[in-house]
Design a protein around this ligand. Structure first.
Ligand code: HEM
Length: 144
């Protein structure tokens, strides 16, 4: 298997996820947030979950069972502007590993999911929607 990949399989998804989260962990802004939420020994399980998530999104495998909104609700330090950092890293990684047409499909899906996550976590009808929400707490959604 050698990059750039032209097909989406469980194997190429796992290369993307491993590469992306290695970069996330080294990122000056995202790294500390992930380090605070995921203990060293919990990383293999997190990566497994992310393989399943992207397999569900891109291959409609139904492997992921979970509730990303409820999970992100409890991530300390998450804020709307950081979604831009997350997407930039994801886009760079996908573009390095996949041919442009396939990278574009990953990026489109990531942008769509990031937008709906951001709205679910931070949008409040009683205040204007701006990117300047760094100091504001997320809405509390009761978790099942
Ligand atoms: C600022 C942006 C983001 C930050 C800081 C962030 C952070 C995190 C952290 C720390 C976790 C682990 C939480 C835990 O296990 O306690 C997590 C889980 C997860 N994230 Fe994100 N995330 C971000 C954006 C995204 C985006 C854009 C997506 C999808 C495109 C995504 C998909 C997921 C999924 C599927 C999980 C696993 C949820 C589960 O446990 O079922 N995240 N995220």
């Amino acid at each position: 298997m050698s990059a750039p990949f032209s097909i989406i399989t469980e194997a190429t998804i796992s290369v993307l996820i491993d590469t992306f989260y290695a970069r996330v962990r080294n990122d000056p802004e995202l790294g500390p947030i992930f380090a605070g939420a995921i203990k060293e020994d919990a990383w293999p399980a997190h990566l497994q979950k992310m393989y399943a998530f992207w397999s569900s999104v891109m291959l409609t495998s139904g492997r992921y069972k979970g509730n990303p909104v409820a999970v992100h609700q409890h991530v300390a330090g998450i804020a709307p502007p950081l979604f831009g950092n997350w997407l930039d890293l994801f886009e760079d990684t996908a573009s390095e590993l996949f041919i442009p047409e396939v990278a574009g499909r990953f990026v489109q899906a990531a942008r769509r999911i990031a937008e709906s996550l951001k709205l679910a976590l931070f949008f409040r009808p009683d205040r204007p929607w701006t990117e300047d929400l760094r100091q504001r707490p997320a809405v509390t959604i009761p978790c099942a």
